[in-house]
Design a protein around this ligand. Structure first.
Ligand code: FAD
Length: 376
């Protein structure tokens, strides 16, 4: 177990209590309906963690990376869909933390801390891993930018009050012509389209976001024109650590459900747990979860101590997400039909876990990041 500072331990207790009271009772139902009640955001706001990374200067809790990882791990232990929904306020906040002016921070964090969702709007139908292919444009007109384009797969996009939108301010420069903007939901020309009907993390909202002649003041540009790619990559370095923490929470839950089952299930007159083939598989699962945990908290510590962590964050996401998918699969295998039916939590965990190796940079992209850091 990691030696967390006392403040982090208190946060862990708080999130565990939140999960018990607000997530456990609804997780299965929300998985079936795909509709997370809005009231959960209100209850989440009461914990003071609605925007964990919001700086103290704007009234936020300004949690360090270790504490943020603890929050994501514990929420994901309860339900990865809920963790994805409530965690959306982190990813969209990183670009503002990095490049935001005091006014931009006030606008962005003020909106989230009031009790709203924010969203990170980068992906497009023809621009997933290849961010350079983004076709949304932002054209400067006087002291405004006019944004046009369609984003897709935007987490909490249908419910967000504020977006960080990545758009091209100079097509001829490719990736280097990308810029990031703060865009409020109330602006004319913004609408949401298709709502994705997903295999897992059904508690989170994933939508198409359409921008048609959306005018924003020039002061909503984050950093300078052309800074978009750099901001996106830095935000994803932080975000990937959070996804790795989600994976650890998911894997821990699959393991716990499995252990509960094998202790209770009798096979040939003995608990299933007494079969060596089962207990050894569980030993492998425990070792994998523990290794993942070390990677997550080492990465968070590197970030908190201002050391380079980009490569480590890619390693943590790669290892932990594949570990969580494997642990969920093994838990289902050990539980047999009881892991496969919708009456046990493991079937939901198995579906939920699948997204972990896809969003915030697929694991193939991360293999590229890691290998290039060594081989170039
Ligand atoms: C539930 C969900 C929530 C999401 N939330 C958000 C969000 O909030 N904001 C947002 O902007 N996006 C979001 N996304 C989008 C997500 O980040 C992208 O799906 C992801 O980046 C991959 O893009 P793609 O699916 O278009 O795959 P593609 O880029 O089309 O890739 C397809 C396959 O090819 C592989 N591949 C592609 N390029 C390479 C390469 N260079 N080297 C090796 N392999 C490669 C990929 O690994 C993948 O296996 C979300 C997606 C989902 C499913």
């Amino acid at each position: 177990m990691y030696d967390f500072k006392s403040e982090t331990v208190e946060i862990q207790k708080k999130v565990r209590a939140f999960v018990k009271e607000h997530v456990d009772p609804i997780a299965m139902e929300v998985d079936a309906t795909g509709e997370l009640p809005l009231s959960i955001l209100k209850s989440w706001k009461e914990t003071g963690l609605i925007c964990m990374v919001a700086p103290k200067e704007v009234g936020g809790p300004e949690l360090d990376a270790v504490s943020c990882a603890v929050v994501m791990e514990e929420l994901s232990y309860g339900c990865l869909g809920v963790a994805t929904a409530l965690g959306a306020n982190n990813l969209c906040s990183f670009p503002v933390l990095i490049a935001g002016t005091p006014e931009q921070k006030k606008l962005h964090f003020g909106t989230l801390l009031e009790g709203n969702y924010g969203a990170f709007a980068m992906t497009e139908p023809c621009a997933g891993s290849d961010i350079g292919a983004i076709s949304t444009t932002a054209r400067k007109k006087g002291d405004e930018y006019v944004l046009n384009g369609t984003k897709c797969f935007i987490t909490q996009g249908g419910l967000a009050a504020i977006y960080i939108v990545f758009a091209s301010t100079d097509k001829s420069k490719g990736k280097k012509g990308l810029s990031a903007f703060i865009v409020e939901r109330w602006r004319e020309g913004i609408s949401t389209g298709k709502v994705e009907d997903k295999m897992g993390i059904r508690a989170s909202n994933t939508v198409e976001l359409i921008l048609q002649d959306v005018r924003v003041p020039a002061s909503h540009l984050l950093g300078k024109e052309g800074d978009g790619m750099k901001l996106a990559m830095k935000a994803l370095d932080s975000g990937r650590l959070m996804v790795a923490a989600q994976a650890v929470g998911v894997a821990r839950r699959a393991l716990d459900e499995c252990v509960k089952f094998v202790k209770a299930r009798v096979d040939n007159g003995k608990p299933l747990a007494s079969q060596q083939a089962v207990s050894f598989k569980i030993a492998d699962m425990v070792a994998a979860v523990e290794a993942g945990k070390q990677l997550v908290y080492r990465g968070a510590m590197l970030k908190d101590t201002c050391q380079p962590y980009s490569r480590h964050s890619a390693i943590a996401k790669l290892f932990c997400t594949e570990m969580a998918i494997r642990v969920a699969r093994d838990a289902m295998e050990i539980m047999g039909v009881y892991g496969y039916t919708r009456e046990t939590y493991v079937e939901k965990i198995w579906r939920d876990a699948r997204i972990l190796s896809i969003y915030e940079g697929t694991n193939q992209i991360l293999r590229g990041v890691i290998s290039r850091s060594l081989l170039r």
